[in-house]
Design a protein around this ligand. Structure first.
Ligand code: CMC
Length: 392
């Protein structure tokens, strides 16, 4: 079988060429299609960034208008999909529900099963998924509360529609403070792509077998769920709560994180690629300060987070290993200020990451990449004589 290079965790293995996201982990630089994340977070709408990631360029006014209205036209979700909710226990985790519902879209839109869709057909599948994702997420939230769903409205934009479906009530729309909508916009943009991370690589590898977009993204959602990846945002807030309820001693938790016999890790700290700082975390930290101030919220876990960050950054263990706060460290504090419960945090990450998954799936298809099929170094037994059941 020839010589095989082993690289557990793919720490040094490039799996693809990609023209979507540029990342310099040493310098803390992140760019989508050549545009600085800081500029996009300040100036763009989320759908503009989605278009940029998927189609490669910032859209013209007309193209963006068309893209928006095509997505808005697909926000209604098939009523039969409500039946899934009858089967989920009321306390089931939103991420399990989300992957199931997104995967199920392929059953409702079987034209997506054709791996040779032309550009127009593929565009339809893409806007369908972008349109339905916020509605599906809102249904999950409403299910958790036992409330009736709120339908998308033609006169609202992508983010206000989403927020209204989440927090509005039937026949009673919610009007949101600009600060709330803007915080949501920034968070979604910052999460929109991050090159070959665990969930994105999953989407590409699943899609490489010519699996449809819904199935591939559903797999990505499951990969994102883990606490070492997107699930970290829920884990961070739970950790901060634990520290608060345990008397607020951050050093006790730093000691636990450093203890190699304790499985505890400082959630929201460390990154496979960023070794100086995570540029997203910088923007989010500021956004957390801004939004809490504007909404007049005094969240004691923000102080715990700041204390923990400061102590960790001064600690030799974290300095030696170049461990810095990542995107998930402060995002949960904002989500909570906006009114989401912790179990919804990773679902919000998925909503933000969706354009990136779509862009990467499409790039992999456009480049006609071969099926993903890693090799292995076999370490098991080679020759064994079969022993009859009676003789074992
Ligand atoms: N707390 C304590 N020690 C840590 C941490 C942490 N959060 N992260 C890494 N280390 C240590 C690790 O124990 C190892 O030490 P040693 O060299 O003594 O064995 C060293 O740092 C290198 O860590 P690694 O696990 O080999 O690094 P990795 O690149 O495989 O893992 C990571 C990256 C993000 C999974 C890891 O840093 C981690 O588990 N962080 C906590 C979970 C988290 O916040 N995840 C969100 C990541 S950012 C957004 C996203 O991807 O969704």
């Amino acid at each position: 079988s020839g010589y095989i290079t082993l690289d557990p965790g793919f720490k040094n293995t490039g799996a693809t060429k990609s023209a979507i996201t540029y990342l310099d982990g040493e310098k803390g630089i992140l760019k989508y299609r050549g545009y600085k994340i800081e500029d996009l977070a300040e100036k763009s709408t989320f759908l503009e960034v989605a278009y940029l990631l998927i189609y490669g360029d910032l859209p013209s006014k007309e193209t963006l208008e068309q893209f928006r209205s095509d997505i808005k036209g697909q926000m209604i979700v098939h009523e039969d999909m409500k039946n899934f909710f009858a089967g989920f226990p009321s306390k089931s985790h939103p991420m399990g529900q989300l992957s199931c519902l997104v995967g199920a879209l392929s059953a409702f839109y079987p034209e997506s099963l054709n791996p040779n869709q032309n550009d127009k057909e593929e565009y339809q599948t893409i806007v369908n998924l972008l349109g339905k994702m916020p509605t599906i997420v809102s249904w999950i939230q409403k299910k958790s509360l036992g409330h009736p769903v709120v339908y998308p409205k033609k006169d609202l934009g992508y983010i206000d529609n989403f927020m209204n479906m989440i927090f509005g009530e039937v026949n009673c729309d919610r009007i949101f403070d600009d600060a709330v909508l803007d915080a949501m916009r920034v968070l979604l943009i910052l999460h929109a792509d991050h090159e070959q991370n665990c969930s994105t690589s999953t989407v590409r590898i699943v899609g490489s077998s010519n699996a449809n977009l819904y199935a591939s993204v559903s797999a990505g959602i499951n990969a994102l769920w883990g606490p070492l990846h997107g699930g970290a945002n829920q884990a961070v807030i739970e950790m901060l709560e634990d520290i608060k309820n345990d008397g607020g001693d951050v050093n006790k938790y730093l000691a636990k994180a450093k203890d190699k016999n304790d499985p505890f890790r400082l959630m929201g700290f460390g990154h496979r690629v960023y070794k100086n700082f995570d540029p997203r975390a910088k923007i989010i930290k500021k956004a957390a300060d801004d939004v809490l101030e504007k909404l007049g919220i005094n969240d004691p876990v923000l102080d715990i987070a700041k204390g923990l960050e400061k102590a960790a950054l001064e600690d030799q263990y974290f300095i030696d290993r170049k461990l810095y706060p990542n995107v998930d460290f402060y995002s949960g504090i904002i989500y909570r200020a906006l009114g989401f419960n912790a179990e919804m945090f990773t679902v919000l990450f998925a909503l933000g990451r969706l354009p990136g998954w779509i862009a990467q799936w499409k790039e992999m298809r456009d480049n006609k990449e071969p099926i993903g099929r890693p090799r292995q170094v076999y370490t098991g037994e080679v020759n064994r004589e079969y022993i009859d059941l009676n003789n074992r």
